[in-house]
Design a protein around this ligand. Structure first.
Ligand code: ZN
Length: 330
């Protein structure tokens, strides 16, 4: 994780936190469109008044800082030398598809910049802030830092751990089985229309989805998005066997390690692991997970394939329409 900069913490006021909260609200507007870029929001404040706001909408278009500055009216531009910009993520320092925001801020003659968190992206990390400070801009780092990091935890995990953000998901019976023991036939039905919709929503927000070879062979799952709207994730199958025919658009990997490396190389920032038990337990045992979700159905199976075991009790638990959902977060 990026280091915490507390050197400028004494400068932080209650108003700083309020404006950063507004920047976070704006950032979230990019939730469905900003990827693979991070969600970022920015607010320009002069004399206690917001004179500009913006967020990053989609890759290739203006960053939050560019959009916030562009929204400042002609009449208010004279206020920039005594204004503060609040931005949820460190301004960029590199030439990508757009010029660096750190240089734009220097040119805008803005007086102070308040940054939520440092960008872990190797080409940026700390350099955006350094450019601002070298130009004499007063920079404060780390306002609502935890919330700013949390907002982009998929992006940050991808860049700092060099692997996708991993979500594990399974459903189990009330007595602890994810399925009957079987060699064919259909899987035990543990989901409800409500949990299915939730799973399809999860899929629509995830870039890749994985099952083990055995689950693929037994269930030929479609692993698509039908009960929600949005894009279907890249389908992946884990297993050494090459004796199964896979459609061309399915990625097969021999090991978890090679799968994660391939997904990272392809720029895939999130992976949903949906089964089966052996695959899920392997990820848990390797500590390779960021979030886990277990649905506990009211149904009892009596016997069958035991559910995966997490190393500790769930962080959250809620019961909706007879299904208890347990969630873990690293
Ligand atoms: Zn930028």
């Amino acid at each position: 994780m990026p280091r915490k900069d507390t050197s400028s913490a004494p400068n932080v006021t209650a108003a700083d936190a309020e404006y950063m909260r507004r920047a976070l609200q704006l950032a979230r507007c990019g939730r469905l469109t900003a990827a693979p870029n991070p969600m970022v929001g920015a607010v320009v404040v002069a004399d206690g008044r917001i004179i500009g706001e913006g967020y990053h909408i989609r890759p290739g278009e203006g960053h939050a800082e560019v959009n916030a500055l562009a929204s400042v009216s002609e009449a208010d531009r004279a206020l920039l030398p005594r204004s503060t910009m609040y931005v949820s993520l460190e301004p960029c320092a590199h030439y990508g598809r757009t010029p660096p925001c750190a240089e734009l801020l220097v040119r805008s003659r803005i007086r102070r910049v308040v940054v939520g968190c440092i960008d872990p992206f190797a080409k940026v990390s700390g350099r955006g802030v350094a450019i601002l400070r070298e130009a004499g801009i007063d920079v404060t780092v780390g306002v609502l830092e935890d919330e700013c990091l949390r907002l982009n935890r998929r992006f940050i995990t991808f860049h700092s751990k060099r692997r996708p953000y991993i979500l594990l998901k399974w459903a189990r019976s009330a007595d602890g089985f994810i399925d009957r023991e079987r060699t064919g036939g259909t899987a035990a039905r543990l989901s409800t229309p409500a949990t299915q919709a939730e799973v399809h929503r999860l899929r629509s927000e995830t870039e890749a989805i994985l099952v083990g070879r055995r689950t693929w062979q037994l269930d030929s799952p479609r692993l698509d998005v039908r009960r929600w709207f949005g894009r279907a994730p890249l389908r992946c199958v884990l297993g050494r066997s090459t004796d199964i025919a896979l459609p061309d658009d399915v990625l097969r990997a021999d090991t978890i390690d090679s799968l994660l490396r391939e997904l990272h190389a392809r720029g895939v920032q999130s992976l949903l692991v949906e089964g089966g038990r052996h695959t899920l337990q392997s990820f848990i045992d390797l500590g390779l997970w960021d979030e886990a979700r277990e649905e506990v159905a009211a149904l009892r199976l009596g016997s069958g394939v035991p559910a995966p075991r997490m190393p500790r009790p769930a962080d959250r638990e809620e019961t909706v329409w007879g299904v208890t959902v347990r969630q873990w977060e690293q």
